[in-house]
Design a protein around this ligand. Structure first.
Ligand SMILES: [Zn+2]
Length: 248
């Protein structure tokens, strides 16, 4: 039984404002969680770098392959020249000893060039093999990163849509609740919420402001009991809500 119901009591919307604040706190937390969600930018950057690296290795690999092909052609043409020179040497057509000496000298020089070229080709092939392994390794890494990225994206989208659904639900609840609050009280709460760090609506605990713990003056306590206006803490300026005074 509320013997004081004869008096005008605390602002009737205080319990609703208090509930609204709780919804706003949840909404703020949801928004913060949404803002701090990682859409995988770091992995995406790493992926891009790795792809560029792979392209670079492939490009030098293709260049080296072209070099190898050129060297093979050169080697074959050297072989051909040596074969022709040796053909001339043993054909019996050339009889002049000096010409024969010169020809033999040419053949020796060609063979030395050929040997050098063969060594070069060998080292190019070794490099090509090393690059092939690098390409395979990088592709395998890329594949793994790609999968990790996809998994991250799936998780990110799941969490994001769950949070967004929760936000929608709470926004609907908030709108519904806000409609039941008098526009002036709602406006005051909303203005204060922009100006002050939460909480805005504070419960009175043992005769003191639940936020800054300043004891309510007898005047304020009386105002809370008997006035239907919004009452603010004299010290921190927050809206005071005395739960025991709430009807229902
Ligand atoms: Zn206070």
């Amino acid at each position: 039984m509320r013997s004081l119901s004869y008096y005008r009591a605390m602002h009737a919307d205080m319990p609703l404002l208090y509930a609204l604040q709780q919804l706003d706190d949840v909404l703020e937390e949801i928004n913060q969680n949404l803002a701090s969600l990682d859409p995988g930018r770091d992995i995406a950057i790493q992926l891009k770098r790795q792809r560029q690296e792979l392209e670079e290795i492939k490009r030098t690999h293709a260049e080296l392959e072209a070099t190898a092909r050129d060297q093979e052609l050169e080697l074959r043409s050297l072989d051909e020249r040596i074969r022709q020179a040796e053909g001339d040497l043993y054909s019996g057509r050339i009889r002049n000893p000096r010409e024969l000496d010169a020809l033999q000298h040419d053949i020796d020089a060609l063979k030395r060039t050929r040997d050098r070229m063969e060594l070069q080709i060998l080292s190019v092939w070794e490099r090509l093999e090393t690059q092939s392994r690098q390409i395979a390794d990088t592709e395998a890494q890329l594949e793994q990163m790609e999968q990790a990225y996809q998994r991250h994206l799936v998780r990110y989208r799941q969490i994001k849509s769950a949070l967004e659904a929760k936000r929608e639900e709470h926004l609907a609840m908030r709108n519904e609740l806000a409609q039941r609050i008098s526009p002036s009280a709602l406006a005051q709460y909303e203005t204060m919420r922009k100006r002050l760090p939460p909480p805005i609506v504070v419960k009175v605990v043992e005769g003191a402001c639940g936020f800054c713990h300043t004891l309510l003056t007898p005047y304020l306590a009386r105002q809370l009991r008997e006035s239907s206006e919004l009452v603010t803490c004299e010290s921190c300026g927050r809206l005071l809500y005395q739960e025991e005074l709430a009807s229902e």
